[in-house]
Write a protein that binds this ligand. Sequence first.
Ligand code: AHR
Length: 514
Amino acid sequence: MNKSLAIITAFLACFLLCCCQGKEGKRYVIGVSQCSEDIWRDKLNEELKTATFPEDEVSLQFASADDNDTLQIRQIEQFIKEGVDLLVISPNQAHAITPVVNKAMQKGIPVILFDRRTDGAYTAFIGADNEEIGRQMGDFVARQTGHRGSVVEIMGLKGSSPAADRHRGFIQSIGKYPGIKFVSLQGDWTKASGKRAILDLKRRQGSDFCATIDYVFAQNDRMAMGALEAGVLGKRTKLCGVDALPGPEGGMRLVADSVLSASYIYPTRGDLVLKLALNILKHRPYSKENLLQSALVTPDKAPLMRMQADEMNMQQQRIQDLHKKLDLFFVRYHHQKVYLLFTVIILILLVGIFIYVYRMAVYRHRMTEKAITEKLQHYMQLNEQRNRMERLAQLPAAESADNVLDADTKFMNRIFDCIIKNLSDSAFSVELLAAQLGMSRVQLYRKVKTITDSSPVEIIRITRLQQADRLLRQGGMNVSEVSYEVGFSSPSYFSKCYKEHFGHQPTASGTHAE
Ligand code: AHR
């Protein structure tokens, strides 16, 4: 019983272990701190998420600071407290965010700065070369104006590194041309700030000035659209921006539709950001400075670039859809595993219960048989004593013994005499016994039942087995011979009955098996 229980428990434990092994826990948690929320950052976040699909060991946690330094510092502090494995940060204003980035570095958390920089330490930077973007846009504007005219720049958020870098690059280019009159305005990357900046300019310089502007270079497409929305620019005024995002709201379409005369792709490349993060986390070689390739988008190139960007977007969407389906599949698979687990547990329990009930039945049968045997043995002993007396020719003694025996014992003596006389006859049955005793089968049954609480069939069987045991103990006969001697026609059936009755094989009693 103990053995079966141990096997069942071991099997159950193995099964549970296999079934409960779900997806392994994530090894790396990456905190992504975005300075604000806009379509450029949404695209980057989506790319980052998509890049984690093949990486089971990574999980991302996003926070957006809504252009607020204090909030971003708090969010980074929280990431540090939670013990993220790596931080990907796009700092709002470089100077304000530097101390908390330094703190993360001191705590041993690697920091990837992307798109924007701080003034302090960092593990790696990934993003476009904003000074180069400014330079290229400056060259473009200078070309378009014939190196003369009135040019207005709307800068991004003061203190954010791309604003300073793009401005530096832009004036490097247009500064070469004295024929260009240049005004720089302050924005903060939002569309509203672009509008505000131009309306401020109108207030300060008048509407005529605004109407005669040749070019507005806004440091991103959103601010360019804000400037246009102000409604004070002249018909001749051309606009250009940066970002050139795909999609219906993006700068790529605005250039294709000639709303903007140019934009510059500001690459997001979430895939490369995640790759860099994994290289750092897994201690693989990586570059500290990772500049992303970019390109100027003009109306002649925009349709083709837009087509390509849309195709890429579609692919990404397909990957995300597939991933969702896969997730759904995993959920179903997990449920099925749980159902299977319960089914197997129930089956195992049923098998266990069955084994237990069967063993209990066998045990009870053996106990009953033991009790009957004990009762029969009493009569058998009396019968043997009497027979021994007869054999020793002490007939009178036997008769006088007979006289003192009660009727039940006398009756049982007659039964045993009959059985032993026919012991080796396998055809000897209850019917024959009853006939030899001169009574009906039913009468015999009733009487035997009253005296021994057993049946004639049982008495025949137990008598045969008891005799067999005696013969086996005497030795000189093998199991087959003994089985025939006591009226079993099949030695294997004899062995089975013997084992059931005595609890061990007949060979264990002293003779050898065939
Ligand atoms: O940091 C750079 C600017 O941030 C992008 O050009 C802009 O669109 C984004 O929000």
